[in-house]
Ligand binder design. Structure first.
Ligand SMILES: CC(C)(COP(=O)(O)OP(=O)(O)OC[C@H]1O[C@@H](n2cnc3c(N)ncnc32)[C@H](O)[C@@H]1OP(=O)(O)O)[C@@H](O)C(=O)NCCC(=O)NCCS
Length: 192
């Protein structure tokens, strides 16, 4: 039980004592939308002077995790990254802008969409360079899944992404199940 007046009154939910302030059942997309920007340095480039794909994936994962953790108000782990498209190269010196939104939430997982753009500061224009969908799972400090709030899409774009996310989850579900069954059939521990 907390003495902090901002924490609200504790109530019983199942067998766990929780605070009223923890009982958030839904959140808007805007509440967790996240952005990150980077200037690309030579250390992140390949021999052609373009940003390494792996470094871009790292930035995508980080901004996606920000949005998922803000939505869940919890630690999140990346369960999968799919539909990663490298649309155009990012060059040394470019200003890279990444934006992430939670498209849809399920029980413990959330689909996050990330869009990466390069900003031409002189012309004040954005060029789309990459897009990805990632799934994050909210976990407690012991790694156990936590139930997350549902997403309330408000704009037309958010509603479309909310519907599309359901279709992607369906496709992903079969694949995840198939891989789980394959892993279960293999002997314990290390294997290739
Ligand atoms: C992701 C992880 C927590 C899932 O654990 P699990 O025991 O397989 O969990 P479950 O089968 O109970 O599924 C939990 C949720 O994860 C989702 N999930 C599991 N594997 C998934 C995958 N490959 N892609 C998308 N979602 C996935 C399930 O759909 C479920 O979502 P829901 O609760 O909203 O319905 C677990 O595999 C893990 O910890 N992986 C490592 C994560 C990590 O370290 N990431 C950083 C990369 S180094």
């Amino acid at each position: 039980m907390s003495d902090d007046p901002d924490m609200g009154h504790p109530v019983f939910s199942g067998f766990r004592l929780v605070r009223m302030s923890d009982l958030i059942l839904e959140r808007t997309v805007a509440e967790s939308q996240s952005e990150r920007s980077e200037i690309i340095f030579p250390a992140d480039a390949n021999a052609l002077g373009n940003l390494f794909g792996g470094r871009l994936m790292q930035y995508i994962d980080l901004v996606g995790a920000m949005a998922a953790s803000r939505h869940a108000r919890a630690i999140t782990v990346t369960a999968s990254m799919d539909h990663l498209d490298f649309v155009a190269p990012v060059r040394v010196g470019d200003l890279l802008i990444l934006k992430a939104s939670v498209n849809r939430a399920y029980r413990t997982s959330m689909e996050v969409g990330v869009k990466a753009m390069v900003e031409d500061v002189r012309k004040n224009r954005l060029r789309h360079v990459s897009s990805a969908y990632l799934t994050y799972v909210a976990v407690d400090k012991d790694g156990h899944g936590l139930v997350v709030p549902q997403v309330v899409p408000e704009t037309e774009h958010q509603k479309r992404r909310y519907e599309d996310a359901a279709r992607r989850r369906e496709m992903r579900g079969d694949e995840t199940l198939r891989k789980k069954e394959m892993r279960a059939a293999l002997p314990d521990g290390w294997h290739i």
